[in-house]
Write a protein that binds this ligand. Sequence first.
Ligand SMILES: [Fe+2]
Length: 509
Amino acid sequence: MKRLSIDMLVTAEELPRPLYHSSGTALFAKGEPLRVEHMELLREHRIEHVFELEEDDSLSQFIQNAKYLRIPAKDLMTTHKIAQPIYSADGKLLIQRDQNPTSQIKSTLVQQKIEEVVVYREGIKEDIALTIVAGKREIEKKHNRKMLAKMALKQAKMMLSPESISESTVDEALKNPAELVVKPEGESVDRLVSTAQKVRTDDDKKEYVEKYKDACLLTKQLYESIAKGELTDGARAMDVGKQAVYMMVDDKDLFCNLLNLSKSKGDFLIEHAVKTSFLATNIASALQFGEDQVLEVAVSALLADIGMMTIPTAIRLKDGPLTESERIKVKSHPAAGLSLLRKLQNFPKTALFTVYQHHERCNGTGYPKQLSGDKIHMYAKLVALADVYTALTSDRPYRQHIKPYDALEQLIKEASGKLFDPEIVKGQLKYLSLFPVGSFIELSNGQIARVISADKVNFARPVVQPLFDMKTKRPLPATLSIELARQPKIRVVRAIDHREIGAEDSSGF
Ligand SMILES: [Fe+2]
């Protein structure tokens, strides 16, 4: 760990290593560009030094040393504040975290032969670090808004005149595979996505959940007005897509975590559409697509199932196997979606291909046309993957969800069996990791942890937050995180369903 004077920092350069505040709080992530506004923020809060993490340093050790002090129980004073709850040998809570020990509690600890306790170090200025992190988020948001404001749609290239496309024109276009292949174009959204290791407050989580609910409400209105033929301008759908892109750029991990929110009871069509769109936005960004391309994918995924509005609810929500005629009806939704959307103006042509083809599979086993390989639009392959992952990890009237890890494992197997495009699966792994963000795992060191961020190179070794130590049966400090890619000795033993440890799936991190 190197102590650096902030005068030594050079703005406009990407940081070779992460920088930390003396309280152990992460201020800047590796690869993050250091801006002039960041330096102003540090000076404004009278920060003179920061700490640089060397390759061999143990981050958790630094954080432990910065924030906590281990002292013999006999030296406890009433002015100390307990940083880790203390339990008796038979599991009874003796003192909670954040409490000051009374002299009676101190004697109990000594009687119980508790030798060491963990207390907060006095005088650490974590508040200042958190203020800087919050201020930095504002700077990032301003910067990203500036970049995204340039996200003008290329009207001439991708917009349609109304009713200019139909099933037969899609079929015609399919004869020219070049139209179906999409290469990254324009400024990559991935470069705008913040990589800062953020300290999230409950307000941050609440803000994202509220934005998700807003997106659901807007999507419900969109679905209803498009189905009734009342909406003729696609701009409203594009606005929902833009909001998704903003959310991802601001905090991709909190954005990924929204996929784990429990669905509310009743019709799942809208929540499925929003989650599929969010996941597809992530994958498109991980595949280095440009701004317009990511937005097209977001909107295509959002409206992929609009044709379901033509299917009776009794069939859509049927609690059991469908009859042959019901199955045929459900399989008509891609074509029904196409005919609804072709009435929209200011709407991307690629979305129509996607809606029509999102149930085709790479090996030709999908519908409606049993197309294979390069006859399927790239966006349709991408949305197909997001659609299936979202469905597998959500409860349905006739089955319960499966663990995010099991869903990904299934998709990887199916990609090797040519059902899905392996490159797109790889894109999903880059942002979600093999143990998806927000899910729970057991580590070989006996800890239960929540996945908080993916490692873009090593998909099986994400960044995790240890929550509970199974050996000591005690919760762990909420401030710890482990970059498994840097800790080869710690293995992931297994994925855990949130219900197994009594955790809330929607609590964020
Ligand atoms: Fe569908």
